[in-house]
Ligand binder design. Structure first.
Ligand code: AGP
Length: 614
């Protein structure tokens, strides 16, 4: 949720921290702040409600020097959005500075204890507790790292913490507890960096190490060391990242979201590389961690995820059930974690998470592991917690997504889940060579078809102008198009703030039909396929009640243009590919509606890209 950055080295810290915060801002943008330390010893703290841009202006008006510092961009949990609640937080004596991502679940109890001991609080946050706890242990003579460890043992809840002290300005301590978002440590030539996200580290170095839960990093300008919660040294292997820092640049696009929507023609091809053999028309997943024998023994597949990733999971479950012929279901990870699912070693749990850090999805993975299931992560972020917890990962290779609303990561996730279905089906014998070859031909055409849809952008823009005048929308779909309807509605809700319901079309007449009027247009996802005629009937039912209908149909459809008010055309494709293709117009409808309403689609209110709290 929040973004954390720390730097200690030979360069001025403030510009490095601000640049890092800009690339982390997608994680939270309620407020931002930095603390810069220098040898005097002196700590300069600058914070502001609102965006990093505002913080940058404030910093420019001050004369801040120092080659160490920490920074934070906040997604508020405890305490309103104001300057006092912005991080970094300080100890009573102001010599300690701390940034935090996560929730201190026992903060009321600890706050009362610290108040009794005479500590003075300046914010309403749970985070401030931690810096006072560390201060109290340092007063007892503990070093910064020992005091941080002792504080860590007192707090309940997942956390990522970075803390520094004016008394030793070149030494910064980072700690990860549970799954509140990671800390990546970058080993640079002119300094060391710690950040919530690789993207903020890459401008400095590609040599990185990831902290696991219960691990601490101590960085100085020339060293990075790793320790456990008892102070023992951990030998941590570093890796060389092959990621590019360019993902954090918008280029000529007005928004990251638009850039990422446009990247989908290329990114879908990237998801297939090395997995689809276009010459021999077959599919195999070299990165799938289980043997053919283990695949044949599987008796159920459960796909877990949250938000958009849950919708991807639903689509994946449809595809696996249909192509592999074994029970497959999608589960909302926040529900799954508290259920008593029946699992064993013949269950495959697939965790869908682009960030690999979503708290509920990680908890669902823990439940799957405890139940003895096999599990894989379908994930964008190599090295993330999900990829480290799973038995293996299928990386989606969409490239870093900055826009808070997921677009290309969903599309690539579904491509990968489709490949998974084909791989399992081929090995289990539910799919013959010819069926797989047909699917490969469809996949080969997918990037081009995505490109064709993107070329029709002005059509969606025109429809969006009409949708922007409405306050309610209904999205209908059947079968694999039902999750596409849910996703279309979610995109509209999250970036255009229009109330949008995604519905299984067959369910509509059991209640939601009462809402139909000229005030609530319906977007009906009805491409060619076995359920299209059923959808045409639903469209007629809406029209008969005075509702406006925008149909998503396959080129050449003659029935839907006759009944719907507007038609968005998809290129001819299988139902599975149509489900993927339908996402592009849904994304662009939401994007242009948000623009009509003068909203910033990259930073929708109240949202954060990575939800590391429950
Ligand atoms: C949707 O646009 C959001 N980005 C959100 O629903 C997201 O899909 C969800 O929070 C899960 O994130 P993950 O894929 O990183 O686990």
């Amino acid at each position: 949720m929040c973004g954390i950055i720390a730097y200690t080295g030979r360069d001025e810290a403030a510009p490095i921290l601000l640049k890092g915060l800009k690339s982390l801002e997608y994680r939270g943008y309620d407020s931002a702040g930095i603390a810069v330390l220098n040898a005097e010893p002196h700590v300069s703290i600058t914070k502001t409600p609102g965006r990093v841009e505002e913080l940058e202006r404030k910093v420019a008006s001050e004369n801040i020097t120092g080659t160490s510092g920490i920074g934070h961009t906040r997604w508020a949990t405890h305490g309103i959005v104001n300057e006092a609640n912005a991080h970094p937080h300080t100890s009573c004596g102001s010599e300690l500075v701390l940034v935090h991502n996560g929730i201190v679940e026992n903060y009321l109890e600890l706050r009362a204890e610290l108040l009794d001991a005479g500590h003075k609080f300046t914010s309403e946050t749970d985070s401030e507790i931690i810096v006072h706890l560390i201060e109290s242990h340092m007063k007892d003579g503990a070093s910064l790292e020992d005091a941080t460890r002792r504080a860590a043992k007192r707090i309940r809840g997942a956390a990522a913490i970075v803390v520094a002290t004016a008394g030793d300005p070149g030494r910064i301590v980072g700690l990860r507890l549970g799954n509140a978002g990671g800390i990546v440590v970058g080993i640079g030539k002119t300094g060391m960096v710690m950040a919530s996200d690789l993207l903020a580290v890459l401008p400095h170095t590609r040599t990185v190490a990831y902290l696991d839960s219960g691990e601490m990093a101590i960085i100085t300008p020339d060293t990075a060391s790793f320790h456990d919660l008892d102070g023992g040294v951990i030998e941590k292997a570093t890796i060389e990242s092959d990621r590019s820092a360019e993902a954090a640049e918008r280029g000529s696009f007005r928004h990251f979201m638009l850039k990422e929507i446009h990247e989908q023609a290329e990114s879908t091809a990237s998801a297939m590389r090395g997995r689809v053999d276009f010459e021999n028309e077959t599919v195999s997943l070299p990165d799938f961690p289980f043997s053919e024998e283990e695949i044949r023994r599987l008796d159920q597949v459960i796909i877990v995820g949250m938000g958009t990733s849950f919708h991807s999971a639903m689509m994946g479950a449809y595809m696996i059930e249909e192509l592999v012929g074994i029970p497959a279901r999608a589960e909302n990870a926040s529900e799954f974690r508290y259920r008593s699912p029946v699992l064993d070693e013949n269950t495959l749990v697939v965790a869908v998470t682009q960030s690999g850090e979503t708290a509920d999805t990680l908890a669902a993975m823990e439940a799957a592991r405890d139940g003895g299931a096999k599990q894989i992560a379908v994930c964008e972020t190599e090295g993330s917690q999900a990829t480290r917890m799973a038995d293996g990962s299928l990386l989606i290779r969409a490239g870093q997504e900055i826009g808070v609303a997921s677009t290309k990561t969903m599309t690539n996730t579904i491509v990968v889940l489709h490949l998974l279905a084909l791989h399992l089906g081929r090995i289990r014998g539910s799919l013959g060579d010819e069926t797989v070859a047909d699917a490969v031909r469809e996949l080969a055409a997918l990037p081009g078809k995505v490109g064709d849809l993107l070329a029709a952008e002005s059509t969606y823009e025109a429809i969006a102008r009409r949708l922007a005048t409405k306050r309610h929308l209904l999205y209908l779909g059947r079968g694999v198009m039902f999750p596409a309807a849910l996703e279309g509605a979610l995109k509209m809700k999250e970036i255009a703030y229009i109330h949008a319901e995604g519905y299984a079309a067959g369910e509509m007449k059991h209640g939601a039909i009462a809402l139909i009027s000229d005030l609530m247009p319906t977007i009906a996802l009805a491409p060619a396929g076995p359920l299209r005629e059923k959808m045409v009937s639903n469209v007629n039912e809406v029209k008969a009640r005075g509702g406006e209908v925008i149909a998503v149909a396959t080129e050449g459809d003659t029935m839907l243009p006759a009944v719907a008010d507007e038609v968005i055309y998809l290129p001819p494709a299988s139902v599975q590919m149509s489900a993927i293709l339908s996402l592009v117009p849904m994304q662009l409808l939401a994007y242009y509606t948000a623009l009509q309403l003068e909203l910033d689609p990259d930073k929708p209110r109240n949202l954060a890209k990575t939800v590391t709290v429950e």
